[in-house]
Design a protein around this ligand. Structure first.
Ligand code: SAM
Ligand code: SF4
Length: 475
C-alpha cells in the first residue's frame, strides 16, 4: 500500500482547519480526464493505492459516458475483489429531536413550529431497543438533535442504557453515535461509555455555502465542525465517520472535500475515517432549499464509484433515505453498510400503529421503508452475505476496513466467518421460514471459499453450537 504524499496550501496539523476552497477548485479546474489518464487512475486504485486529490479530480471530470462506465466497472471490481459480498446491517434509533440550530434542510430546525418535539424517556429507549432486538438488530446508531439536554453525560447514559437491554437472545453489540460535535472532554465521556463510531457530517465542505445553510446556532461555526473529529481523535475516539449532505453545493466539490478530510486524518493521525456517508437531501418538514445542486441518480452512482476508488479502505454507508430501487442498484459500486427496517419517527419501533410517515415527526422522509427481514431476503437473493459482525471493534482490532483492504486473507480469516456466524444467529432466532432456507444456502456457498483460511471444522463446530443455543461466537 502506497500513500502518495501531497502538498497542500494549508499544511495539515491537528485541530487546524484544512479546507481551502480555492485549492479544491484549482484541482478540479486543472484535471484533464483523457481516456489514458482515467484508465491509469482506475488501475492505480485497483492496485490498492489510495488516490490523490488530483487523481480524484480526474475521475470527477470524466463526463464521457464510456469513461463513466469504466469508472463504475472499476469500483464494482474493487468492491468485489477486495471486500467480497458481505453487507453489514444496522438501524438508526432517534433519541430526541430538540434542536437549537436552524439547518435549512432539516425538519428538526429550531424555527420549525410544526415539528413535534420529543425526547425518549429511559423506559422508552429500553422499549425501542427491545423492539429492534426482536427484529434481529445487533448494531444501532443513536441520533440526537443539538441541544444542551443532549450533553455528553446524557449521550453516555443513553449508550449504556442501550447496551444493557437484553431481550430473549437479543442484544445490541455496537452502539454508534450521530450527534453534535463535542469538545475533547465530551468525547472522552462518550468514549468511556463504549461507543463504536462517532459520526459528524460536515454537510458541505464549501465555507460560503455552509454559511448559507446554517444561519444560526452553534452549528454555524464551519471550522468548529470541521475540526470536531480531530478533537475526537485527541480524546481517543479513533473510530469516526465523516459525511457530506449532497444537494447543498456542487457534488464535485463535496467529493473532493471528503477525500481531503480523509487525507487530513491520514496525514495527522495515520488512520483514515472508519466510514463515509453520502446522504442526498430528502423531503422534510418546512424544507427550504434551492434545488440548484440537486444530485441526479446518474451522478449519485458516479459519486459512490469515485469515492470507492479514491478511498478504497473506508467503509461506505448507504441509508434508507434512498429508494429500494436506487439502493439495489448502487450497492454494487462500493457500499459496505446499509440500514434495514428503518423508522425515523421517535418511538416508532415499539409502536407499530404508526405505519405512515408524518414529516412533522421526522427529520426527513425515508424512501426505503422495507423491514429488516425484507432487506435481508433481497440481499440473499442477490448473492450478498448479510452480516451483523461486531468482532473487530470488540477484539480491539481498530482500523478494520484498512486491514480488510490491505492484509491478505483478512476477510477470509475473520470477516466472512464472522458474517456467517452472525447470519446463522439471525436465521435461528428471527428469520421467516422462507428466508431461513435462502440464508443457509448462502452460508454453504460462502463456506466453500474459506478452505485454507479458517479451520472449516472449527467454523462448522461454532455453527453447530449456535444451533444448540450458544450465541455471540466470533473470530
Ligand atoms: N444534529 C446532529 C447534527 O446535525 O450533526 C445530528 C445529526 S442529524 C440528526 C443527521 C444528519 O442528517 C445530518 O448531519 C444531515 O446530514 C442529515 N439530514 C438532515 N436533514 C436532511 C434531509 N432533509 N435529507 C437528508 N438528510 C438530512
Ligand atoms: Fe438540528 Fe442536526 Fe437537524 Fe441541524 S441537522 S437542525 S443540528 S438536528
Amino acid at each position: 500500500m502506497i500513500f502518495t504524499p501531497e502538498k497542500y496550501a494549508i499544511p495539515d496539523e491537528p485541530m487546524k482547519p484544512f479546507i481551502d476552497a480555492d485549492e479544491i477548485w484549482g484541482f478540479l479546474n486543472k484535471a484533464k480526464p483523457t481516456q489514458e489518464r482515467v484508465r491509469e487512475v482506475i488501475a492505480k486504485s485497483l492496485a490498492k493505492n489510495r488516490l490523490t486529490l488530483e487523481e480524484t479530480a480526474v475521475l470527477i471530470n470524466a463526463d464521457d459516458p464510456q469513461l463513466i462506465e469504466e469508472i463504475k466497472n472499476g469500483a464494482r471490481e474493487l468492491k468485489k475483489k477486495v471486500y467480497g459480498n458481505r453487507i453489514v446491517l444496522f438501524a438508526p434509533l432517534y433519541i430526541g429531536n430538540h434542536c437549537i440550530n436552524n439547518c435549512k434542510y432539516c425538519g428538526f430546525k429550531a424555527s420549525n413550529k410544526f415539528a413535534v418535539r420529543r425526547t425518549l424517556t429511559d423506559d422508552e429507549i429500553i422499549k425501542e431497543t427491545e423492539a429492534l432486538e426482536e427484529n434481529g438488530q445487533k448494531r444501532l446508531i443513536l441520533v440526537y438533535g443539538e441541544h444542551p439536554r443532549y450533553n455528553p453525560d446524557y449521550i453516555a447514559h443513553t449508550v449504556k442504557l442501550v447496551y444493557g437491554v437484553k431481550k430473549g437472545n437479543g442484544e445490541i453489540r455496537r452502539v454508534n453515535i450521530n450527534a453534535a460535535p463535542l469538545d475533547i472532554e465530551g468525547f472522552r465521556t462518550v468514549k468511556k461509555a463504549g461507543i463504536g463510531t462517532y459520526q459528524v457530517f460536515q454537510e458541505t465542505y464549501h465555507p460560503e455555502a455552509y454559511k448559507l445553510f446554517h444561519p444560526s446556532g452553534p452549528k454555524k461555526d464551519f471550522n468548529y465542525r470541521l475540526t470536531s473529529l480531530d478533537r475526537a481523535q485527541e480524546a481517543g475516539v479513533d473510530d469516526v465517520g465523516i459525511g457530506a449532505l449532497f444537494g447543498l453545493y456542487d457534488w464535485r466539490f463535496e467529493v473532493m472535500g471528503l477525500v481531503r478530510h480523509t487525507n487530513h486524518f491520514e496525514a495527522v493521525y495515520d488512520v483514515g475515517p472508519h466510514t463515509i456517508s453520502f446522504p442526498r437531501i430528502k423531503d422534510a418538514s418546512e424544507l427550504n432549499i434551492n434545488p440548484q445542486y440537486e444530485v441526479s441518480d446518474e451522478d449519485f452512482v458516479r459519486i459512490i464509484a469515485i469515492l470507492r476508488l479514491a478511498v478504497p479502505y473506508t467503509g461506505m454507508i448507504l441509508t434508507a433515505r434512498e429508494s429500494h430501487a436506487v439502493r439495489t442498484e448502487v450497492i454494487h459500486y462500493g457500499v459496505s453498510q446499509i440500514d434495514g427496517g428503518t423508522k425515523l419517527e421517535i418511538g416508532a419501533y415499539s409502536n407499530s400503529l404508526n405505519e405512515n410517515q408524518n414529516l412533522n415527526k421526522e427529520q426527513f422522509k425515508i424512501n426505503d421503508p422495507r423491514s429488516l427481514s425484507e432487506v435481508i431476503d433481497e440481499l440473499l437473493e442477490n448473492g450478498f452475505l448479510p452480516s451483523f459482525c461486531t468482532a473487530c471493534y470488540r477484539k480491539g482490532r481498530t482500523g478494520e476496513h484498512f486491514m480488510e483492504f490491505s492484509v491478505p486473507g483478512f476477510i477470509k480469516r475473520y470477516c466472512t466467518p464472522n458474517a456467517i456466524l452472525t447470519l446463522a444467529e439471525y436465521l435461528e432466532d428471527y428469520a421467516k421460514p422462507e428466508v431461513v432456507a435462502k440464508g443457509w444456502k448462502v452460508i454453504e456457498e460462502n463456506k466453500k471459499e474459506l478452505a485454507g483460511f479458517v479451520r472449516l471444522e472449527e467454523l462448522e463446530n461454532r455453527i453447530e453450537r449456535i444451533k444448540n443455543g450458544e450465541r455471540d461466537l466470533y473470530f
